[in-house]
Ligand binder design. Structure first.
Ligand code: UD1
Length: 380
């Protein structure tokens, strides 16, 4: 019998990418698999609710690594995933996205000669101050199969000299989850329960170190949000990292609940967040996933970054880079309120079928013969 695939997830954005691949593998019924959860995210609101809502089976393996500095967290994942691999070797390790769990498990696997498949390969912000950029570069450098979500990913991998035979454009698995969940999310009408009408509010998400870790910058951004909320109420589900940074900056009360036009909420489940996003008039975000989702939903997206590893959302979609400069943000926000924003177009292969293409790719690749045996590096 064939050894199972390990499907690795650790942090919130991984779960939305994992779910459609699990469903597609299950439907095809060809390849056995195990779900490995590293425990990088562990709060109920950051992990359990996603497994329930997205109907992901309970993980077969839980590594319980928790939070820590990048070095400490990555090292813990590496050590614990390696121990699992030594006990029970998979046919391949499938990793998603660009979080610390992605790179750590890829590294543990490749050193034991287990081939790595990277879903959402090839994205580049060309900004090495972002932890995710380092994770993307290193993961792609050791991956055997690189499954790409948008054309820029193909170009980047080709420029880096990755052989064509390892690369496939499969589309965006995160959008499969959106397509699957959108009808239920629309019914849910989360905005209405907050006293807001469709298009009558903006949605905010912020968690990147470049926006939230410096107390002065964070305080400026929060003041700006209060100012913008005078023109349009804003809903802000606050990430734990941002809440902790606000505590350090001494501005927690500005993110407290009950501020009438800046409505701060705990992290939202997938469906509630999608409902808020689908009905929003505008999104201000530094999240990669929200840039993609707002493009698919046709919602104007002010991306609070200086660069993006998802350029198609700017070229064809509804996103514009506005950084964290208040003047630029005010200007773009005003354009949206005046109805002057690009509609955006459909993105090829962001069609709800990417998970099925990933499953087909995996089946064809494994059927072509066992991945070339590589020597297992000696463990001490
Ligand atoms: C991680 C990813 C980022 C992704 C984001 C989505 C990396 C390098 N970053 O960032 O790419 O966009 O997830 O959320 O992998 N915390 C909790 N409860 C949790 C998890 C975290 O309270 O369940 C707090 C802890 O104080 C922790 C902090 O949030 O130190 C940051 O968590 P961490 O997983 O290190 O990174 P994120 O900022 O969530």
């Amino acid at each position: 019998m064939m050894a199972p695939l390990d499907l690795v997830a650790g942090a919130r954005p991984n779960f939305m990418k994992l779910a459609p691949v699990v469903r597609a593998l299950h439907a095809a019924g060809q390849l056995p698999f195990r779900i490995v959860h590293t425990g990088q995210h562990y709060d109920e609101t950051m992990t359990d609710v996603f497994f329930e809502e997205l109907r992901i089976p309970v993980p077969d393996v839980y590594l319980d690594v928790g939070s820590g500095s990048h070095g400490a967290q990555t090292a813990r994942i590496l050590e614990r995933y390696e121990a699992h691999l030594l006990k029970s070797r998979p046919a391949a390790t499938v990793v998603f996205g660009d979080v610390n769990s992605t790179v750590a498990c890829a590294l543990a696997a490749v050193k034991l000669g287990v081939p790595v498949v990277h879903v959402e390969a090839g994205l580049r912000s060309f900004d090495r101050t972002m932890p995710e950029e380092i994770n993307r570069l290193l993961t792609d450098a050791v991956a055997e199969r690189l499954l790409v979500s948008e054309p820029s990913g193909l170009a980047n991998l080709r420029n880096e000299g990755v052989p064509e035979s390892k690369i496939r454009l499969v589309g965006n698995v995160m959008i499969d989850t959106l397509v699957d969940q959108l009808p239920a999310a629309r019914e849910r009408a989360t905005a209405r329960s907050l006293g807001l009408s469709p298009r009558g509010y903006g949605l905010i998400t912020l968690h990147r170190p470049s926006n939230v870790d410096d107390p002065t910058k964070l305080a400026l951004i929060v003041d700006l949000l209060h100012e913008l909320a005078r023109d349009l109420p804003l809903v802000f589900p606050v990430h734990p990292r941002t809440l902790a940074a606000a505590g350090r900056a001494g501005i927690e009360e500005k993110l407290a609940r009950g501020q009438d036009r800046l409505i701060c909420l705990p992290p939202q489940p997938y469906g509630a967040n999608l409902s808020l996003l689908a009905d929003a008039g505008v999104v201000l975000t530094d999240s990669g996933g929200l840039q993609e989702e707002s493009t698919v939903l046709g919602v104007p997206c002010l991306t609070m970054r200086e660069n993006t590893e998802r350029p198609i959302t700017v070229e064809l979609g509804t996103s514009r880079l506005v950084g964290n400069d208040p003047e630029r943000i005010r200007g773009a926000f005003a354009e949206v309120l005046q109805g002057r924003w690009r509609q955006g177009q459909a993105i090829p292969l962001w069609d709800g079928q990417a998970g099925a293409r990933v499953a087909q790719e995996l089946a064809a690749w494994l059927a072509a013969g066992p991945p070339t045996e590589r020597p297992t590096l000696q463990t001490a």
